[in-house]
Design a binder for this molecule. Structure first.
Ligand code: ARG
Ligand code: ZN
Length: 883
């Protein structure tokens, strides 16, 4: 059943308070809830419909009296009170659930023997019957009763107001959350956990206890998470003036978790891989992810919890905004340029394909079958880009004014994306014209720019034309409001001062405080739009879309020469990288055409020299160099082809890598040697940048597969004192089949077999491998003792990893597709959310040749024909086939 945004109706009843009581048991768990219900309109007599899934109803009372048979109706998804009282009343419901059998990991479930919850989006209905929707906000109390030895720690939202021992070895705790919240923010944890404790004093002097809970043996690995939490709290005060609002903030790490983490009020629950880190077991990438996600969940306290979503269509209201906030936080803690590069790569590699495929949807979808399927890169990452555009248009100070007004107007409310837009607009008295289209139109806008220089008039013109491709259900699109940040460079690479721009027949001064600017924001909002720069003394090289100021595909008339010049000189670091990427994409596409026509492959020497200059430039940030010498991924290139050809793209990318390794061998060798360090591991920008560069160089060298270079990688592997260097050396060696690969993989497993997070790296490294016929190896790993289909991290590592190797997943014999088709059906019985994420790998099947299309289609049809398929998988598989 499909749900539509246009059908939204306010609830007929509000819940003022909710008192929950849990009797946690091994066989069954009893949940009692006592709710004060009041009608939205006094005297109304609508039925009260409560959601419920897989819960057994034991009793239901209204105002202390058992409800009569004829006054309620029960089906597999609802408990309906057909004739509720006309005024405020008390509703008491008792249900029975079995968390120990809950493999879906939503609602209340067990992970390594401990109880925990995941309620967003619609998991609360698996705990008890409830109006499980975010616009129903209430004050909660939660009483937890359990065996004291098995579950010494009992946690829920808010403040602990009472605890004590009970008969029969049991104990209890009573929690009260003073803030109103929707059910999706409810959380409960019970188990054998210990905490790392710290305190944070807020700017207004509140002392907050911080606790990070894990099994005892993992406590030493929570130092970085605690550091990240305190940094996030401080940052939100400094940048947004937002303080924490309770005396206690808990984080719990659990090994079985569908997503990354969850922002439950004052009781964040995390996938352990986003909490636990030590230099020996976690990479720089893991450290950075922990910083970002700890920040993300903490920032939700204001953007998500204090101000929440009216309905799930508004998800981007909290997620786009909070991703934007965590990106900014990570930027401020590290390198802004490199963070931007990483975020844009992610958008291009994952969101652009989604926007061009059968699951394309606007950041605020119009409809869904299963909300879990809309926790997407579009809602999150494109949503963050939309928030970033406000900041670009209104500048930092205007953006902050908009945020302040948003909280002033909506604290304690469940609101919509228009409310956010209105706050930004009103706080700045801004004309944002048709900006709201970003919320309703799916698809990545295509923008074309043509430039021309008039030496007599000393003007330089940029002519833009835009179009948004058709997407499922949206055939006709309107022109969008696109902020394009532009700078102009002289032929020797200096920024040209910009004073005024003609647009729509008027001359606009763009100076700031009487000074010319070096970057200006052009507001493109028509199908065709021209901007003319005045007082330009020579033909400039335009630096377009600086900082990636809008989530679009830009096609310009820049020549290769212009691009090499931008690569060498642009003062905008992002665009310096981007110039190299545009050159790489062009080069790769033309070599792919050569490959397909069986022409010999030859690498453009200017490209090699361009990269040589970058590697040798001592003034550049090392992490930037590492990004700049990394080629666009195979997916990104396939995405630009009429018919995606994974074999050709793989052959070409491997060819260029090896060719670069040969021609830049001296540079790469000295890079490895000069960037070793015998200092103990520290996670700071200088050191992580150094490691990133060294390891990129090592990967290039080892791609050649000769003995000397394989031995170099082996030495790096053996001498590594941290996981970043160790796993990078392992991956470098594992690129090529052979004895060295086998030996070092075995060695790594033996070292780390009892650390499940490290073993997942070992699984995913093998799964993602491009070595021929890898599907057989992956099949074997499914049977390996370290694998478990019920643990999402392991599935993402092995099955997700495999789908990330285009050559193997899209193998022409159909073995990759069959592998995935079979696994999806097995997984769907255990965990529909995870199954649905995996089946998404099929969604771009029409991008391939007819032969591959037929093979993929066969698998999708097989999946759809299965009995008892979940709505989650049904939605993705059926939409993939239909589009
Ligand atoms: N709100 C969580 C976050 O921080 C994600 C929850 C995802 N839940 C789900 N069922 N997909 O982004
Ligand atoms: Zn979030």
């Amino acid at each position: 059943r499909e749900i539509f945004l246009k059908d939204y109706k306010m609830p007929d009843y509000y819940f003022d308070s909710v008192d929950l009581s849990f009797l946690l048991g091994e066989e069954k768990t009893i949940v009692s809830s006592k709710i004060i219900v009041s009608p939205r309109i006094e005297g109304n007599s609508h039925p009260l419909v409560l959601d419920g899934r897989d819960v057994k109803l034991l009793s239901v009372k209204v105002d202390d009296k058992d409800l009569k048979e004829e006054d309620f109706h029960l089906d597999s998804h609802h408990l309906t009170l057909t004739r509720p009282p006309s005024g405020t009343f008390t509703l008491e419901i008792v249900t029975e659930i079995c968390p120990q059998n809950n493999t879906s990991l939503e609602g209340l479930y067990k992970s390594s023997g401990n109880f925990c919850t995941q309620c967003e989006a619609e998991g609360f209905r698996k705990i008890t019957f409830f109006q499980d929707r975010p616009d129903v906000m209430a004050i909660y109390t939660c009483r937890i009763e359990a065996d004291k030895t098995l579950y010494p720690v009992l946690l829920s939202n808010g403040n602990l107001i009472e605890q004590g021992d009970l008969e029969g070895g049991k104990h209890y705790a009573l929690w009260k959350d003073p803030f109103k919240k929707p059910s999706y923010l409810f959380a409960l944890v019970a188990g054998q956990l210990e905490s790392r404790d710290d305190t944070f004093i807020t700017s207004s002097g509140r002392e907050v206890s911080l606790r990070i809970w894990t099994p005892a043996q993992d406590l030493p690995k929570t130092a970085h998470a605690m550091y990240s939490l305190k940094a996030a709290m401080k940052w939100d005060e400094e940048v947004f003036g937002l303080e924490y609002d309770l005396d206690l903030f808990n984080i719990v790490a659990v090994p079985d978790f569908n997503m990354g983490a969850m922002e439950n009020k004052s009781l964040n629950i995390f996938n352990s891989k986003l909490v636990l880190a030590s230099p020996e077991t976690a990479t720089d990438g893991d450290y950075a992810a922990i910083l970002g996600v700890i920040g993300h969940e903490y920032f939700h306290n204001w953007t998500g919890n204090r101000v929440t979503c009216r309905d799930w269509f508004q998800l981007s209201l909290k997620e786009g905004l909070t991703v934007f906030r965590d990106q900014e936080f990570s930027s401020d803690m590290g390198s802004r340029t490199v963070k931007r590069i990483a975020d844009v790569s992610r958008l291009r590699n994952f969101q652009f394909p989604q926007d061009a495929g059968p699951m394309a949807h606007p950041i605020r979808p119009h409809s869904y079958i299963k909300m879990d399927n809309f926790y997407t890169v579009t809602v999150y990452e494109k949503g963050a880009e939309v928030v970033r555009m406000y900041k670009t248009l209104l500048e930092s100070s205007g953006f902050r004014k908009g945020m302040d007004l948003y909280f002033k107007r909506h604290d304690g409310q469940a609101v919509t994306c228009e409310d956010f837009f209105a706050a930004m607009r009103d706080a700045n008295d801004a004309d944002l014209s048709n900006f709201l289209l970003w919320y309703s139109q799916a698809g990545t806008p295509n923008v074309k720019v043509v430039s021309s220089y008039n030496s007599e008039a000393m003007t330089f013109s940029l002519k833009f034309s835009q179009g948004v491709p058709a997407t499922p259900g949206q055939h006709v699109k309107e022109p969008m409001f696109i902020p394009v940040a532009v700078g102009l460079l002289t032929s020797s690479g200096e920024d040209i001062p910009i004073t005024s721009v003609y647009h729509d027949g008027t001359l606009e001064t763009v100076m700031e405080n009487g000074q010319p600017v070096f970057t200006t924001i052009l507001k493109v909002n028509k199908k065709e739009d021209e901007f003319v720069f005045a007082n330009i003394a020579e033909r400039p090289i335009p630096s377009l879309l600086r900082g990636f100021s809008a989530p679009i595909r830009l096609d310009s008339d820049l020549t290769d020469e212009d691009l090499f010049s931008l690569l060498a000189h642009d003062s905008d670091g992002f665009n310096r990288w981007e110039a190299g990427q545009i050159l790489s994409r062009k080069l790769m596409l033309s070599l792919v055409a050569d490959f397909q026509q069986s022409n010999p492959l030859v690498l453009n020497p200017k490209f090699v020299e361009g990269l040589r200059t970058i590697i040798r430039d001592p003034s550049l940030d090392k992490e930037f160099i590492a990004k700049a010498v990394t080629l666009p991924g195979e997916g990104e290139i396939m995405d630009l082809m009429e018919v995606a050809d994974p074999d050709a793209v793989h052959a070409v990318r491997s060819f260029i890598r090896k060719e670069l390794a040969l021609q830049l061998k001296e540079e790469f060798l000295s890079t490895v040697i000069n960037n070793r360090s015998s200092e103990p591991y520290t996670f700071d920008h200088e050191n992580l940048a150094r490691r990133a560069l060294k390891n990129v160089a090592l990967a290039y060298l080892a791609s050649l597969g000769d003995e000397e270079l394989t031995n170099l990688a082996l030495d790096e592997y053996k001498s590594a004192t941290n996981m970043t260097d160790q796993v990078a050396a392992l991956a470098a060696i594992a690129q090529n089949p052979g004895l060295a690969r086998e030996e070092v993989l075995l060695d790594f497993y033996q070292k780390w077999s009892d650390d499940f997070l490290v073993v997942n790296k070992w699984l995913s490294l093998q799964a993602m491998s491009d070595i021929p016929g890898n599907v057989a190896n992956v099949q074997n790993l499914l049977k390996h003792p370290s694998f478990d289909l019920r643990n999402p991290n392991k599935v993402y590592a092995l099955v997700g990893g495999f789908c990330a190797s285009p050559v193997n997943f899209h193998a022409k014999d159909g073995s990759g597709y069959k592998f995935l088709g079979d696994i999806v059906l097995q997984l769907d019985k255990l965990n529909p959310q995870v199954a649905s994420r995996m089946v998404s790998a099929f969604s771009r099947w029409r991008r391939f040749d007819d032969y591959r299309q037929a093979l993929a289609k066969e698998q999708l049809e097989k999946i759809l024909a299965a009995n008892g398929l979940s709505e989650n998988v049904y939605e993705i598989a059926s939409k993939s086939l239909a589009a």
